[in-house]
Write a protein that binds this ligand. Sequence first.
Ligand code: AMP
Length: 308
Amino acid sequence: MSLLVVGSVALDDVRTPFGERKDVLGGAAVYFGLAASYFTDVRLVGVVGRDFPDRHRVLLESRGIDLAGLETVEGETFRWGGEYGYDLNARKTMFTDLNVFADFRPRIPEAFRDSEHVFLANIEPGLQLGVLDQVEAPETVSLDTMNYWIEQTPADLKEVIGRVDLVLINDSETRELAREPNLRKAAATILEWGPRLIVVKKGEHGAVAFSGDWIFAVPGIPLETIVDPTGAGDAFAGGFLGYVAATGDTSPEGFRRATIYGSAMGSFCCEDFSVDRLTNLDAEAIEERFEEFGRLTRFDRRPVAGNA
Ligand code: AMP
């Protein structure tokens, strides 16, 4: 099964209380693609400038990611800088230099148009719609977005949400998008626009998946090592959709398992800077992390409420 991702490929500067990195590989499509690559074949569509180092291309290809849709154009690669304090859920964006990303018009290569699963990472909703017009008949289409598009292009965003199956966004975006502080009501509002499932990412506090009929919640795993949470949301989406693409399972049970694999990949992402942890995993580590989520939430029912 093939999984297509369209989104940013970046060079990031990141500072956390545990250190600092400059010019490291980043971008939503990169984090997504690397996480998904442990489950299925990934096809990537994005744009970089002539300054994009070959070693990053080699790294992505070494994980089997097909870069036929990664355009290289005159100019500089998209650059983003972020800084975190001890509350790693709160991030300050230091700069966003769109560079070649400003003129990004995704062109899906002929060979990618039959992709069975499509992930529209955080880009302008109008461009996300343009991608949907270039793919043939995907089994699932999913999207991510950000506050900027919720505020700047709400009509386009609502239109594209009406055409996707899954929405994977964070909790503050969910509330802002639906204009509703109660997360459950906010998810219900967004589901009315068309998608089958909303997966709300809550950073270190886990994730909640809402369908029209059921809700599934996963806690955040209390990690021993947290170094850099950049890209965790995209890695979550990569694990989630990588699992869906690998199994073709879109049953409620399948989506529940996908939520755990997403949580596992998001948690690994935080354990080192940039994509470092996402490039040295193996199946055993991923399955062990999956089991850890089970151990973390398993408990027996022993009724004692005799006075009720
Ligand atoms: P996340 O931590 O999941 O929000 O993703 C962080 C990644 O998103 C970084 O590697 C950035 O390069 C990338 N990024 C930051 N701002 C944008 C933007 N406006 N559009 C697309 N990608 C972005």
